[in-house]
Design a protein around this ligand. Sequence first.
Ligand code: CA
Length: 234
Amino acid sequence: MRTIRGQPYSNLSMRILIVEDDPTLADGLMRSLYQSGYALDVAANGEMAHNMLKDADYDLAILDLGLPKMDGLEVLRRLRQRGGKTPVLILTARDAIESRVQGLDLGADDYLTKPFNLVELEARIRALLRRGKMGSNALLACGKLSFDAVGKRALIDGNVVELSARELGVLEVLMLRQSKVVNKEQIMGALYNWDDDIGDNAIEVYIHRLRKKIEASGAHIRTIRGLGYLLEHE
Ligand code: CA
């Protein structure tokens, strides 16, 4: 692993991980992005990339797909599986349409086909970094519990919580109206698409399950007798 820090004149203090096993290409990317003032790390194989993405908080990863030790798609799959939100730009061979589609399905944010133009790469990087900053606003938080309103999933300390679609629906309403009482009609309204005849009892069941599943986050669903429920954290 090599780390170099971009020049201080830059107004960006963005950290990018370059995952590329071809040393000539990795070097070219390093040189070009260094000039633009980014802080850079390079991983020369998939396993290394996987570990670095796990240990550090990157603003962006440029990911080659054909890698020794662990395939690029597997690196991406593991990153998204543990709730990692780092924007990922994949580098694919011109004819590898299938892996490009697979990459986007697995949560890549953009792709470039090799050989690519460095000016174009930098334009894509800037776009992803801008989008990445805005995207983080879509995350609602309550203590250690966070809710990704775009990706429709809940996380505790960055780890995805296994929830059914209806449990997610209930949690989303509670997260959106955090620290306010949410009544059963509002919860039913949010679940309307899922089931036409949800009774009071069903809601109580979802709330009961949710309480258990989010327990470790410190967030708590309080019952306000006769009024509804309220999500809060200590
Ligand atoms: Ca390669």
